[in-house]
Design a protein around this ligand. Sequence first.
Ligand SMILES: C[S@@+](CC[C@H](N)C(=O)[O-])C[C@H]1O[C@@H](n2cnc3c(N)ncnc32)[C@H](O)[C@@H]1O
Length: 245
Amino acid sequence: MPRGDYGYDAPYALGIFGMLAAASGIGAAVAWWRMPPHAAGPITLYFVLFLFNTASFFYTTRHGKFVEWERILDRAGLRGDEMVLDLGCGRGAVLVAVARRLTTGRVTGVDIWSTKDQSGNSRAVTQRNAALEGVSDRVEIETGAMRKLPFAEATFDLVVSSLAIHNIRSRADRKQAVAEGYRVLKPGGRMLIADIRSTAAYADVLRTLGAADVRRRRLGWRFWWGNPAAATTVLTASKPRPATS
Ligand SMILES: C[S@@+](CC[C@H](N)C(=O)[O-])C[C@H]1O[C@@H](n2cnc3c(N)ncnc32)[C@H](O)[C@@H]1O
């Protein structure tokens, strides 16, 4: 279990689900008390629906996301000596999970620290989480925007991103962020992007740039943001090595 505190993703969305569940719950209670059962049924259905959405979102942001990322990283089979970049690392949920798998390698997190996208988001909190997890020696944290990364071409063996790129408003900027991630990847390197939407567009960008093995996989209930319509998809791709003659 994580020792750090990783906050809540999109806290306003969780708040909205929670308020809708509470309001429909009160409405259902009043309806069952004052109205005939056939009239109380529909509002009870809404209550169950909103309660399910709230519980699913809460579970995913506090637990499911961590379980699924462990699985994604297990499949990636890191050696331990990689240079890794986490785009939109936030409070460090994935950054720390990667760092735990490194020995001589290093993981760098880059973020603009939006508290709308993650509660209590800040560089200091991420540093504290890395310290609490005992991985500070393998972690570097930078402030910066994904669409203009402060790193040279071919710096990283692995670029990961969790639920971050969709937060960029313009489609062109989201594409630019994916292209930037690919630019800083070494030949032979890999990308792992988990996101709630737009992953087909990310895949198109990567294919256009010449990426190989571009695949998308929809993840299960542990990574739903309320319901199956808001499931997370993981995109994997690699950067081919130049052909030798
Ligand atoms: C939902 S949080 C996810 C954080 C973390 N990856 C995780 O899974 O816990 C999205 C993160 O993306 C960051 N972010 C949003 N737009 C960004 C941008 N243009 N450049 C860098 N980070 C960005 C936010 O500040 C936030 O930390």
